[in-house]
Design a protein around this ligand. Structure first.
Ligand code: NDP
Length: 292
């Protein structure tokens, strides 16, 4: 019998998860169906329990239900416990196993797909919402040191305190970042959804400082490269368009740029592995999605 899976969210029509999981199933020869389900904002629990009753094998969970999914799970993986949010549920009899694959997806995308090693690197993590909680532990486990900055500063300090036992992590306001540089800057805020940019301190633009005949001269010791260290990676979890953050990173001299499409496919692959115990080949799916 065909095994049934789904992604639940509100809104959900934009989700690429059905396409991704259908491709994974085709590639690995797994007999499964995968659909997108719109749950009412007050109806997540009922939607999940109905699917469980109907014999569904598991679901992905997206905005705004990741915290409710965390509450609903009867068992949690270590990374879901740390993230305090769940994006994958696996139904096993009456047990609802909650996992969070976002962080693993991000780290695989950065390290394997973008060939950027995180060990020993200074990471600026912008945002202190569900996505930032999901990626903090995997980033620390990969050997990065983290500065978390958030518009509401308190939340950055709270996030840092939650993960402090696992590695080097501190909270900050955006304004206090002036003068610091990072090897990797990750936008885990939802600012790109609103076409806006977190209030990052600006350095002199790369085009100005590298021009042989600048329109006006700045003493070398007055130049400030901004937050991007040499060879820095700028990563926006948003995908599908050039975001204000990625444009800012180009202007400010970052060396490498990535949107969140690779993370999306890699976190899906991690969910697929949890459900089916088989790892799909993600590279052709990422390439295919880039063309859509
Ligand atoms: P949340 O709503 O939980 O958190 C939003 C965060 O963004 C908060 O920290 C908020 O700050 C901050 N924020 C919102 N607007 C601005 C702004 N204009 N300037 C600065 N900060 C801002 O969202 P999530 O954490 O769940 O998701 C964040 C983003 O990550 C979304 O765009 C989502 O699509 C993306 N994502 C991508 C994934 C992928 O696979 N590629 C996976 C998961 C998420 P404050 O606390 O001050 O309100």
């Amino acid at each position: 019998m065909t095994d049934r899976y789904a992604v639940i969210g509100n809104p959900i029509s934009h989700s690429k998860s059905p396409l991704i999981h259908t491709q994974f199933a085709y590639q690995t020869g797994q007999d499964l169906s995968y659909e997108a389900i719109l749950a009412p904002l007050n109806g997540f629990r009922n939607t999940v329990l109905t699917l469980l009753d109907e014999g569904c094998r598991g679901v992905n969970v997206t905005v705004p239900f990741k915290f409710e999914a965390f509450q609903l799970a009867t068992q949690l993986t270590v990374r879901a416990q740390a993230a305090q949010a769940v994006n994958t549920l696996k139904f096993d009899g009456t047990e609802i196993i909650g996992d969070n694959t976002d962080g693993a997806g991000l780290v695989v995308d950065i390290e394997r797909n973008l060939e950027f090693t995180l060990q020993g690197k200074r990471v600026l993590l912008m945002g202190a919402g569900g996505a930032a909680y999901g990626v903090a532990l995997p980033l620390l486990n990969a050997g990065a040191t983290i500065m978390v900055a958030n518009r509401t500063e308190d939340k950055a300090h709270k996030l840092a305190a939650v993960f402090a036992a696992h590695g080097s992590i501190q909270g900050s306001s955006y304004i206090a970042l002036a003068g610091s540089q990072f090897d990797c800057v990750i936008n885990a805020t939802s600012s790109s959804l609103a076409d806006s940019l977190p209030p990052l301190p600006r350095g002199e633009s790369a085009s100005l400082t590298s021009s042989p005949n600048p329109p006006f001269s700045i003493g070398e010791n007055m130049k400030h490269r901004g937050i991007f260290a040499p060879n820095a990676l700028a990563y926006d979890m948003m995908y599908g368009k050039e975001t204000p953050f990625l444009l800012f990173a180009k202007e400010q001299g970052a060396a490498q740029f990535a949107d969140g499409l690779g993370m999306l496919v890699e976190q899906a692959a991690e969910s697929f592995f949890l459900w089916r115990n088989i790892r799909p080949d993600t590279a052709p799916i990422i390439a295919k999605l880039r063309l859509i």
